[in-house]
Design a protein around this ligand. Structure first.
Ligand code: BGN
Length: 260
């Protein structure tokens, strides 16, 4: 496993903040890779080790954003992705956003990290699920939306603290706005899932089924439009832009969760 220092020595072409663009041409795609994160150092090194060379080969104009949630709030994957979006567009005119779990390593160069006319679910075939799609409406792991698509669905919901359901909520939002989820062919959309010890602060969310029941109505008033957070630190590191954020769980849970 390479250290961050090893990686910095290998990836000398990176610009500060984990940015890169092809030399000699203008890329057709300006892509922000948004990684919701907490305390998964080994996995982040492994992902960056694989991702940067692949994205360079794909000749993308891209940047990597690691959105790191401070304690003590429970982990809120969806909200961290909203925050990554909001911070990335302040720094560059990105048109495409890849929301990326830190433990999924892409295994095929034809898995192009760009956006399409429809939101794309990228991680369709994961080794842990025998490279089969567990269910048709799965939208978890890695996904790709244009800026326009993301704004149209009001981003992700902010109310999913702990594990599960936030991706299913996004699937509902996407369908409600008349989009269809696309995927690459199963022999291309292949990922390896890294193993890890159980986390604290990311236990299955007991509210996830109840929240999902009102996903469609709630999309109108819970998401990008009501995003509140505090940036503790933002730093252009060599391999990625680090966004350390504080989420106030108590404050967010005061928003209406069911329609009037
Ligand atoms: C599902 C989770 C998803 C997760 C996939 C794959 C829920 C909602 C229950 C009503 N959905 O079961 O969030 O991505 O498994 O692990 O828990």
């Amino acid at each position: 496993m390479p250290t961050f220092q090893d990686l910095e020595k290998q990836l000398t072409k990176l610009e500060p903040g984990g940015r890169s663009r092809p030399s000699g041409c203008v890329s057709r795609h300006r892509v922000a890779i948004i990684i919701p994160y907490r305390n998964r150092d080994n996995q982040l090194r492994s992902l960056l080790h694989n991702l940067h060379p692949m994205l360079m080969r794909q000749q993308l104009d891209y940047g990597v954003y690691v959105v790191d949630e401070a304690l003590p709030s429970r982990f809120n994957r969806a909200m961290l992705m909203n925050i990554g979006y909001a911070e990335a567009i302040k720094l560059y005119d990105y048109q495409c956003f890849i929301f990326h779990d830190v433990d999924l390593i892409p295994q095929d160069d034809r898995l192009i990290y760009n956006c399409s006319t429809q939101p794309r679910h990228m991680s369709a075939a994961i080794d842990k699920f025998n490279y089969e799609l567990p269910y048709k409406t799965l939208f978890g792991g890695v996904s790709a939306l244009t800026r326009k698509q993301f704004v149209a669905v009001n981003g992700f919901s902010n109310i999913y603290f702990g594990w599960g359901g936030e991706d299913d909520d996004m699937f509902v939002r996407i369908k409600a706005k008349g989009y269809n989820v696309t995927r690459y062919p199963m022999h291309i959309a292949r990922y390896r899932m890294l193993k890890h010890k159980p986390d604290t602060g990311n236990e299955p969310n007991p509210m996830r089924s109840a929240n999902l029941r009102h996903a469609k109505e709630r999309a109108e008033y819970d998401g990008l439009s009501t995003l509140k957070y505090k940036v503790l630190h933002l730093e252009l590191k060599a391999l990625y832009t680090w966004v350390h954020v504080e989420i106030n769980e108590t404050q967010i849970m005061q928003v209406r969760r069911t329609p009037p």
